[in-house]
Design a protein around this ligand. Sequence first.
Ligand code: GLC
Length: 741
Amino acid sequence: MKHTLPFLLLATLLAVSCKQELSTPETRIDERVDSVLRLMTLEEKIGQMVLYTSDWDVTGPTMRATYLDDIRKGHCGNIFNAHTVAYTRQLQKVAVEESRLGIPLLFGYDVIHGHKTIFPLSLGEAASWDTAAIELSARVSAVEAAASGLHWTFAPMVDISVDPRWGRVSEGAGEDPFLGSRIAEARVRGFQGRDNNLADTLTVLATVKHFAAYGAPQAGRDYNTVDMSERVFFDTYLPPYQAAIEAGAMSVMTSFNELDGVPATGSSYLLKDILRDKLGFKGLVVTDYTSINEMVHHGVAATDAEAGLLAVKAGVDMDMQGEVYFNYLKQQVEEGLVSEKLIDAAVRRVLKVKFLLGLFDDPYRYCDEAREKRYVYAPAHLDAALEVARKSMVLLKNDRQALPLRKGEKIAVLGELAASTRDMLGSWKAAGDWDFMQSTVDALREYAGADQVMYAEGAKKQGEDRSGFAAALAAARKADKIVMVIGEDWEWTGEAASRTNILVPGVQTELLAEVAKLGKPVVVVLMNGRPLDLSREHRLADALLEAWYPGTMGGKAITQVLYGEYNPSGKLPMTFPLNLGQVPVYYYAKNTGRPVYLLNDKYKSKYIDAPNDPLYPFGFGLSYTQFVYSDLTLSAPELTASGRIEASVRVTNTGSYDGVEIVQWYVRDLVGSVTRPVKELKGFNRIELKKGESKIVEFTLTPEQLAFHRIDMSYGPEAGEFRLFAGGNSRDVLETGFVLK
Ligand code: GLC
């Protein structure tokens, strides 16, 4: 559909494009941006710095009812939470054909792990350690979002976290900077396309969030204070943001939290010194939902107007839902409190993104009903969601050969979550709907035959209702094996969902204990968005499968894993503690001056009521087969400053199933100018091994991988002795050593 930009704007764009035969694409766009900027009033410029939510979805505490009129007046240049071709076209028409200059709207949405076809929740996807699968997930998400009229996703969320009390661990990639960085890159590639060509109408603009260090709130309580050393920030929390930006992400969202006493949304240190100067970011900076206004609550501004000044001077280009820029910036410019040059710089970055997306060439280029019908829920997308869901699942225990199930075995399926579809989509489900999905019990019945699969709810996902226990136990008595699906309601993780305990809620585990007394094999399938304290379930269940919130195809994926159609290969991207008292517990800990392995039995860094070791360590995950590691060797005992060492290890599949193993490579710097972690992940290989097969897996070590922020905060490696570890998780490893000269 051809558009009808107002003549003034169209004429300007045509005039500029005519005389640009000698410039580069970059300067051509810059000239076109400037040509539009010159036409804009101050009020229209500020309108481009405004982002309002539509009333189609609620992702924060406020809603503005007049956004249509704001668009018409040029007071709002960007909308989020509006989707479908029909609705985005309706809103775009108001902007393009009813506002004075007709500048196209930018449409954003939280397409975190799928748009309509929903993939496993991000922490679950991370458990696949399969960057190709994760890129595919983001690619499918982008295609369905773009086909539904969207230009911009508020993803990837790359916040590192070591605290399972924080509900938003579910949206990220877990505790590790290296794994988190590789996954951040994969998600940006998926959303923006490998060549970052935003003009491709099947890609969307990616947003790196939440900048910065949002994942380290004190006490795991969302939005709470973050305070850490600059060294920890640079070595642990910053790398995934940097990786996403280096992968080409063109927007960044500021976080709600303060860091070192300054709210991120008003921090020139974060948004200029680090983001622009250190990381070289040139794209668009948008706030999180009303995070400008919240600087008044933080106590660094007395009024919204003061908060707006802090944000615009720190380098925030767009105010999400706060109405602060809209209400105060014009007057502040007129009073000389902020220069119009600063406004122009912000508006240029907003307009540039719209040019890169091709919206000035055709504001309706994402509005195509035929595309929407062709791509949304395409069979290939559902297949991709099944594939990624299967790969995300982590086998935590499998005694008495409880798994895989065998057709012909009569199974009793218990638990409210076994019959739920909504929960399988998890939080941030975007436009995903659950009314046509298969539940786990439906999928099991379809696979094994309805006569082989009994169902009794038994226990709800929360609350103290035990009235279903008797029926559940009756079903269990008639079965050969019991499959119990337990975990958290989908709303118990995600934003504003922190918990003060990480136990399986309600009486689900109480029912498990009763079922276990029957002496039959009990398989527990977990649906949750955070590491839980599974010490009771580990004791009671014969098999434990972490399924996370597996998405649209979750029922089928769980079924295929339980029956061995897919041999589970996932590995934990985040440590599962023995109990909450150990938190924060993560694998890249420091040795301390009194490490627990010291000979004396009292004065060392330990607890008197529990071991230091977590229940399941980072990188842990079993298979239906067994993998044995041997022959860890190095090509040389020394690594020179400009050299490299080739490491290799043999992995053998000694069991009776073909399978996938994720070989993990860790290093330890024994002596540094500052204390160094006892292990750091530096590489991983995802390998397939048929039963009986053996492979040599190789890994190249270079000095760059050993760099860190040294005592003087310079970045680089230090000569000395190192250990190299290889294994199927961060605990059970082979070890050797080398020296960096
Ligand atoms: C929310 C979240 C952020 C999301 C935004 C828009 O408050 O913090 O992750 O992208 O608002 O929905």
